[in-house]
Design a protein around this ligand. Structure first.
Ligand code: GH3
Ligand code: MG
Ligand code: MG
Ligand code: MG
Length: 309
């Protein structure tokens, strides 16, 4: 395996998809000193880590940190690490999360029991730092491939419908906690049926991908973009007051309207419309989405190629 090339591929894949570039590793070990050492080794290799030394805090740490992989000790004072794997697997959300045990336990029965309860791999100590780094990195890469397959739309690489809705919910909770202002934006391509009818579905797909690309390039890393429907996009603008959101989205709208698509010797242009709502104004995420959709509807009525708040 060519590790630098693999690492580069991970990086480029993650960047292209607009997702988090580094591997995120949750380490569960009640031996704090040892856990901190693993953290250091993985941090030095460019990964993000979080150490949980109290196993009762593991489930909440999973939700808060959203790791790509869990690295766990088998012998924990009060809990069997093996039981923890089963706890993780109870939640459908974490079914695909790789769980790797790192232990000096070399009894094959215990190892098999761990695998039966939902672990993916059993590393028997001692392992070299290099082996640890490389095996975790490979697992992260595989995990991301699988989660992208599940959660991202294959045409654009953006989050699928259900995922982006969850993101609005999380953003609402974040706004509550921190007092920041965030917005939700509903975008829809104008007269897109006509684009398909005139230039063909393949050209239509290119237009959709182009808008996805433009959104990823113009928005911040902390913003989230989803493909809400066929030619509808839902965007969460984090920590962005509505005046700023309007300006930003209108700028993207203007840029998009200037793009020239070509089909053989012909060329054509496409426009988009958007509706924006301030997440903070609503008690429920679904209501914020509804309001953005309503604003979009009003914009379509009032004349396309524009943004309505
Ligand atoms: P409006 O300005 O009112 O939005 O008009 P519209 O023609 O865009 O109307 P509407 O949003 O209802 O139409 C969506 C069209 O987008 C219908 C469908 O054929 C097309 N579409 C949806 N998904 C895809 C896709 O993945 N690829 C392509 N090429 N077209 C798609
Ligand atoms: Mg231990
Ligand atoms: Mg449309
Ligand atoms: Mg539509």
């Amino acid at each position: 395996l060519d590790m630098p090339a693999l690492a580069e591929r991970i990086e480029s894949l993650a960047l292209e998809r607009g997702s988090r570039p580094q591997g995120r590793v949750l380490i569960v070990d009640d031996d704090k000193e040892l856990g901190e050492r693993y953290c250091l080794v993985l941090n030095n290799a460019g990964m993000k880590t979080k150490l949980v030394s109290d196993p009762t805090k593991m489930m909440s740490a999973l939700s808060a940190f959203e790791p790509d992989i869990v690295l766990m000790d088998v012998q924990l004072r009060a809990h069997s690490g093996v039981t923890l794997a089963r706890m993780i697997r109870y939640e459908p959300r974490w079914l695909g999360l790789p769980i790797v045990y790192l232990s000096s336990e070399d009894n094959p029965e215990v190892q098999l029991d761990a695998l039966a309860k939902g672990a993916d791999e059993f590393l028997v100590k001692p392992v070299t730092d290099e082996y640890l780094v490389r095996s975790v990195r490979i697992r992260c890469y595989r995990a991301r491939q699988l989660s992208d397959l599940m959660n991202r739309d294959s045409l654009t690489g953006l989050l699928k419908h259900s995922l982006i809705k969850q993101e609005v919910e999380r953003e609402l909770a974040r706004c509550r906690r921190s007092g920041q202002f965030s917005c939700v934006v509903m975008l829809d391509l104008d007269h897109f049926k006509k684009v398909n009818d005139t230039w063909g579905h393949g050209q239509g797909d290119i237009v959709i991908r182009t808008l996805a690309h433009l959104l990823r390039n113009r928005l911040r890393e902390s913003d989230t973009i989803g493909r809400y429907g066929g030619e509808e996009f839902l965007v969460v603008l984090s920590d962005c007051p509505i005046e700023q959101a309007e300006e930003l989205i209108d700028d993207i709208r203007a840029r998009f309207s200037e793009l020239v698509f070509t089909s053989g010797d012909d060329s054509f242009q496409v426009t988009m419309s958007a509706g924006i709502a301030a997440i903070n104004d609503f008690p429920l995420a679904s209501e914020a989405i509804e309001a953005a959709d309503q604003a979009l509807y009003e914009r379509k009525q009032a004349g396309r190629n524009g943004v309505t708040v």
